[in-house]
Design a protein around this ligand. Structure first.
Ligand code: SAM
Ligand code: SF4
Ligand code: SF4
Length: 369
């Protein structure tokens, strides 16, 4: 069968350099919708050893795809310097992501550098990482020793055939399960397990996943398939609303709703009535949570994105490499956050009327999930 060709508009590196007005951080930044800055997701590589159909489809991410050259990537020193400024502005939680973050050479050195940062109120950072777990069994201990607190593992099926179809590189599910166990064993818990549900592709795995992770130390979360990027050919009828996921599980294992742990939590929480543990639903499509969104994203090459669905970022790397002071970069960041009014998920309906390739959105593997 001939490979599908997907046309894409190149979005990387299109960001303007922003003016830098020096400012000392107060930890009290707030955007135009009164949302503080609390979370930072840092993409440490745009590369991945999987080709998940909903994220890096082979038709686009093939041998012709131009990944970023090494010199374009932020160095560990640059990442840590920016992270320190974000933390001074109120960030309390940092998540490393990608691409596949465990592919970045010496990632544990970066973790050790970030683990030394303290929040504006003097507390240790909440430092986590999202991974496909292909290298986790091997690396879990070193990550823990470096100061990582927790990991989130992406796992879309237990059935090997379905899992291999989802990752599209024939990766065996047993290796991911080993990584999960190892992460738990070395104390990188509570380990969360994220399953992206694509209707007609892996939704038959919802119940087997629920059964497998009940009465286990792992917290399973179901994610609605999202229209991120411009390459995954997203269609609304491939989204299985979380409400239906809850219904299917509830029919076999009765569920009770739980309150949110904190404001801004992306997942709604449920517990099994029989004490089998907790699950979460991330309903980015059917129940937008922009009103509480306190997340900023830093791309692999140092572009700041104030929304997962933004069409362009802001070039913080240029400020670093042009020799600006911390206070100048801090001023630029403050100015950008105060101007932020993003709420894409709440406005999605109007946008999705356009063909996906014409929507100017950046790839998730570039800015991180
Ligand atoms: N490679 C790592 C992994 O898969 O965990 C980290 C990066 S990945 C981009 C981060 C998260 O985004 C994963 O949990 C993945 O399942 C999710 N993701 C990617 N594309 C998505 C989409 N179209 N809809 C919903 N979630 C998606
Ligand atoms: Fe790679 Fe993660 Fe994207 Fe899958 S979801 S292709 S593992 S970056
Ligand atoms: Fe936050 Fe943008 Fe997602 Fe809304 S759409 S929750 S603003 S990242």
């Amino acid at each position: 069968m001939a490979e599908k060709i997907i046309m894409m508009t190149e979005q990387r590196g299109a960001a303007p350099v922003i003016p830098a007005t020096p400012e000392t951080p107060t930890g009290l930044l707030s955007d135009r919708l009164a949302r503080p800055l609390r979370d930072l997701r840092i993409s440490v590589t745009d590369r991945c050893n999987f080709r998940c159909v909903y994220c890096m489809p082979k038709a686009v991410f093939n041998s012709d795809y131009q990944y970023l050259p090494h010199k374009a990537l932020l160095s560990f020193e640059e990442i840590t310097r920016l992270a320190r400024i974000f933390v001074a502005h109120g960030v309390e939680k940092i998540r490393l992501t990608g691409g596949e973050p465990l592919l970045r050479k010496d990632i544990e050195k970066l973790i050790a550098m970030l683990a030394r940062l303290k929040t504006a109120s003097g507390q240790p950072l909440d430092l986590t990482l999202t991974t496909n777990a292909s290298l986790l069994a091997r690396k879990a201990q070193a990550l823990k020793d470096a100061g990582l607190q927790r990991v989130t593992v992406s796992l879309d099926a237990l059935d090997n055939q379905t899992f291999r179809r989802m990752n599209d590189v024939d990766f065996d599910v047993r290796d991911v399960l080993q990584g999960l166990e190892q992460a738990h064993k070395v104390g990188l818990g509570p380990v969360k397990v994220n399953m992206v549900v694509k209707a007609g592709m892996n939704d038959q795995e919802i119940l087997p996943m629920a059964r497998y992770f009940r009465h286990s130390p792992f917290i399973l979360r179901f994610i609605e398939y999202m229209d991120v990027g411009a390459s995954n050919g997203w269609k609304m009828d491939e989204v299985l609303p979380s409400a239906q996921v809850v219904e299917r599980i509830h029919a076999e294992f009765p569920l009770q709703a739980l309150d949110a742990n904190y404001s801004g939590e992306t997942a709604t929480r449920w517990r099994y009535a029989d004490g089998g543990g907790e699950i979460g639903m991330i309903s980015s499509v059917t129940q937008a949570f922009c009103g509480d969104c306190t997340r900023a994203r830093l791309s692999t090459e140092g572009q700041l994105y104030t929304c997962l669905f933004a069409s362009s970022g802001h070039d913080l790397r240029a400020l670093l490499r042009d020799g600006h002071s911390d206070n100048a970069i801090s001023g630029a960041l403050a100015q950008l956050w105060r101007a932020r009014a993003d709420r894409y998920s709440e406005l999605r309906t109007a946008q999705t009327a356009l063909p996906q390739a014409e929507q100017r959105k950046v790839e998730m593997s570039y800015i991180g999930g």
